[in-house]
Design a protein around this ligand. Structure first.
Ligand code: HEC
Ligand code: HEC
Ligand code: HEC
Ligand code: HEC
Length: 245
């Protein structure tokens, strides 16, 4: 029978569902990763340029770069600086290095981090695409560059020096492409439940191939928390998600 009590219960259920955002929306449109001419940042497609799409700077529905496995349906060529990165615990590229717990860092970043570095290393073009918007935009052989800022179409536009240019020296950044070994550095069990994180319900969901990568802490589509963080870092909540310090 349909009772008032049941109406209250279903209202509470709906409220609970929306609170846990079972269907979370990331809202990339309002972020600096909206590189269309209408984007909110300063680095973007030139006003009036026909490349007024958002996803196209990273993904394409067809003819994706299948040689790159770091992110799905990837619309960029491989990173220009591949092989030149200096990882955490090292002083030069392709050297041996370890964390305090003795975990060896990779010699070069794994592909999931290379996806980010293909724009953030300052060496690779932000405006390059395998498959430009519209019909007939595919060019397998050559890089194609959208017009960005004062840079005309056909010219590479690289991340300018500044906070967002992570560069090729990753020795002063939190380790990436590093295995998640429970117990090291007070790391919690990978089965630990996370509450309110974008795209992850457990620590295991944060790992890519068992490793911590850029996308463990950042979701490149996330407009809720500053700097694309998967959760707030107020009270260092992000750090405390993995480290039981
Ligand atoms: C600045 C680059 C960038 C832009 C722009 C971008 N993405 Fe992504 N996307 C990525 C990366 C990198 C990953 C892999 C992330 C990971 O490993 O968690 C990804 C993963 C995804 C995934 C699979 C993982 C998931 O979150 O479900 C989907 C679906 C997706 N993107 C859709 C989109 C759509 C739709 C747009 C445009 C509205 C878009 N992306 C724009 C970089 C981008
Ligand atoms: C297609 C190029 C591209 C890719 C791929 C890309 N970014 Fe970005 N990102 C940008 C640009 C452009 C900006 C704006 C930089 C500026 O204005 O200084 C930016 C800004 C950021 C910022 C600063 C945001 C803010 O609000 O201050 C963070 C954090 C960031 N990116 C992280 C990532 C991570 C992590 C990945 C991979 C998961 C990634 N990006 C992949 C182009 C890219
Ligand atoms: C362990 C978590 C973690 C990992 C892994 C990580 N980041 Fe971040 N990143 C952060 C936090 C936290 C901030 C905000 C820092 C702040 O507010 O000073 C940040 C900030 C940034 C910024 C913005 C800097 C600024 O001051 O505007 C960029 C760009 C960025 N990260 C890119 C990357 C890239 C690229 C990778 C992979 C090579 C990466 N991050 C890996 C946690 C992480
Ligand atoms: C996704 C899980 C994760 C998050 C989130 C995370 N870390 Fe880590 N952190 C790791 C892993 C994995 C290691 C490597 C541990 C090892 O030595 O085996 C590590 C190592 C470290 C180390 C020690 C490096 C060394 O040389 O021993 C420090 C310090 C650190 N993290 C600080 C932070 C801070 C600060 C934050 C928040 C901004 C953070 N971490 C967020 C996973 C994470």
């Amino acid at each position: 029978m349909f009772t008032f009590e049941r109406v209250i219960k279903s209202a509470a259920l709906i409220a609970a569902l929306s609170a846990t955002s079972a269907f979370a929306v990331s809202n990339i449109t309002i972020t600096k990763h909206n590189l269309s001419s209408g984007g909110s940042g300063t680095i973007k497609s030139a006003t009036g340029d026909s490349n007024n799409e958002i996803c196209v700077y990273c993904h394409t529905p067809h003819a994706a770069n299948t040689a790159f496995s770091g992110a799905p349906l990837w619309n960029k060529k491989s990173d220009t600086a591949a092989g030149a990165f200096t990882m955490y615990g090292r002083t030069a590229a392709n050297q041996a290095g370890v964390t305090i717990a003795g975990t060896a860092t990779a010699q070069q970043p794994n592909n999931p981090s290379m996806a980010c570095l293909s724009c953030h290393d300052g060496a690779s073009a932000i405006n390059s695409m395998v498959n430009m918007p519209g019909s007939g935009g595919y060019n397998a052989g050559n890089q194609q560059y959208a017009a960005f800022g004062a840079t005309g179409a056909g010219t590479a536009f690289k991340m300018p020096a500044g906070l967002t240019q992570i560069g090729t020296d990753l020795s002063n950044d939190h380790p990436v492409s590093i295995p998640y070994n429970e117990g090291n550095a007070s790391l919690k069990a990978v089965s630990t439940t996370l509450s309110g994180w974008a795209g992850a319900g457990t620590i295991a969901n944060l790992l890519r191939g068992g490793n911590v990568e850029c996308s463990s802490c950042h979701d490149p589509h996330e407009g809720t928390n500053p700097t694309f963080l998967r959760t707030t870092n107020a009270g260092s909540a992000l750090c405390l998600g993995c480290h039981g310090k």
